[in-house]
Design a protein around this ligand. Structure first.
Ligand code: ATP
Ligand code: MG
Length: 474
């Protein structure tokens, strides 16, 4: 299928060549011959009338001898490369430039069947002239009219082959021109292949790759014409589809990550309530945590629906409002209580003031604290302590999550923000992790135009600090 366009053009080119050749060898050849015949006949007719009025008439007047006339006609026939005859009205040959016997025999030679009316309305004919020639001749006649009476005729014969030889020469020139046009068309075909066909083939092959889902291929056609434009449109479209697919994949993994932690803690507390690990009088406290987590899931679901509605194109949409960051930290710490008691880890909160209002997307910041605390617990040694601290400075709030765990190796410090990155050390410790937590944290903080930093010493501990904007309304 890919070859068709080129084949079509090649076929068109060949048809053009063959038709051109046929046209020249028929129509042009025919027209050219007719034209040359007519011109030749006219020229010979002029000569013929000249001979009739100048020489033959003088012979009939008696002012010129037959021999003189013969020698004159011989010279002229030589010059014109023709045969000249003088005949009387009955067809008797008086002089034949090609045959001196004509007049010597004094009228023995007749043109059998000669009739001047055979010329019709024309002054020339094309045939073997009453079989006097073995091949066709162009014969032109002019009457000899001394004293206004037709006494005879001057005839000039020229072999048609001579006339056609000239037409062949002309035709050769036409053939040569045709060949030149044909070659020129080939150059145009070559240019077409270079400038149009190749880009089109490139576009179709890359489009085929797009069909197979490979959007990484580029057209690389940078011309300022329609094809260049088409290729650019294709490139743009592929890029859009590519990022769309990436966005979708990212979106699904982020969502799964966000849902996992609340579901895990809800499950843990319900199990603990059911099997009596949490005594009846303490159940209210844990049911509240479950409620808090359920609300969080609820909010997550609503924001997912929102995202679906608008097609955010991978951008994080923020719902900014003023809220108490200290409260969120307290509640988040509570949700980890179960796992903390399992690992004998304590969470120490050093919060600035009772309430500390910041302006941000609450659910998303809650996710940040969640992910950081989750990591701190995950990578802490048992019987250690984690500190979550808030500090107010100018119009910023600094939130720090600090652990005394395994720490992060120096060469991994930059990579921890990458999606799906996990250090080799931690892989052994936590096989469940996807390596998405910090990537989501970074995304959220960047969407808020805030900063996040990490300080870590391997074997000693890690501290994550991020900023938030202090709420101005309160
Ligand atoms: P997930 O969060 O998706 O469950 P994860 O915790 O392994 O998986 P991230 O939260 O993105 O993924 O963390 C990336 C890596 O950074 C971790 O695998 C770990 O190697 C390292 N890391 C993150 N936080 C700490 C920490 N507090 N102490 C030591 N290493 C950490
Ligand atoms: Mg994590």
């Amino acid at each position: 299928m890919k070859q068709t366009l080129y084949l079509k053009f090649l076929l068109g080119y060949l048809v053009f060549g063959i038709l051109g050749f046929i046209l020249v060898s028929t129509v042009t050849n025919y027209g050219l011959r007719n034209q040359i015949e007519a011109v030749e006949a006219r020229n010979l007719y002029t000569e013929c009338t000249e001979i009739a009025s100048q020489y033959a008439k003088n012979y009939y007047n008696g002012s010129m001898e037959l021999t003189d006339l013969h020698s004159h006609l011989e010279t002229i026939s030589h010059y014109l490369n023709t045969k000249i005859k003088v005949i009387d009205t009955s067809g008797r040959v008086i002089i034949d430039s090609a045959n001196s016997a004509a007049y010597d025999s004094n009228g023995d030679i007749f043109i059998d069947g000669f009739d001047i009316n055979d010329f019709g309305s024309k002054y020339y004919m094309m045939n073997r002239f009453y079989d006097t020639f073995t091949e066709n001749h162009l014969t032109v006649f002019a009457p000899i009219t001394p004293g206004y009476r037709v006494r005879g005729y001057v005839l000039i014969h020229k072999p048609i082959a001579d006339i056609y030889a000239y037409s062949y020469e002309m035709l050769n020139v036409v053939y040569l021109t045709l060949l030149f046009i044909f070659l020129l068309a080939f150059v145009i075909l070559f240019l077409f292949s270079l400038l149009i066909y190749r880009p089109i083939r490139k576009i179709t092959s890359v489009a085929d790759a797009y069909i197979d889902g490979d959007f990484s291929q580029k057209m690389n056609i940078h011309t300022h014409d329609e094809l260049g434009h088409l290729a650019a449109v294709f490139d743009y479209m592929a890029n859009e589809l590519n990022t769309l697919e990436d966005d979708q994949r990212k979106f699904v993994s982020n969502v799964s990550h966000d849902f996992r932690s609340p579901l895990t803690s809800i499950k843990g507390y319900i199990e603990a309530i059911l099997d009596g690990t949490i005594p009846y009088e303490m159940q209210d406290k844990y049911l509240n945590i479950i409620l808090f987590e359920t609300e969080r899931l609820n909010k997550l679901t609503s924001s997912l629906l929102e995202l679906n509605k608008f097609g955010s194109h991978g951008k994080t949409i923020l719902y900014m409002k003023s809220f108490d960051i200290n409260y969120i930290i307290r509640m988040t710490a509570l949700t980890f209580e179960g796992i903390c008691s399992e690992k004998h880890i304590s969470i120490e909160l050093i919060l600035s003031g009772q309430n500390l209002y910041v302006t941000a997307d609450m659910a998303k910041i809650q996710q940040v604290i969640y992910n950081l605390t989750d990591n701190a617990i995950k990578f802490s040694y048992p019987d250690s302590s984690i500190t979550i601290e808030t500090t107010e400075k100018n119009d910023k709030v600094f939130v720090s999550v600090k652990d005394s765990g395994i720490g992060i190796p120096n060469d991994s410090l930059k990579k921890i923000w990458e999606r799906f990155y996990k250090t080799d050390v931690s892989r052994g410790k936590d096989k469940r992790g996807t390596g998405l937590g910090l990537a989501i944290v970074k995304e959220i903080i960047q969407a808020h135009d805030e900063n996040i930093n990490v300080i870590s010493t391997e074997g000693v501990g890690t501290e994550f600090i991020f900023t938030l904007s202090l709420s101005k309304e309160l």
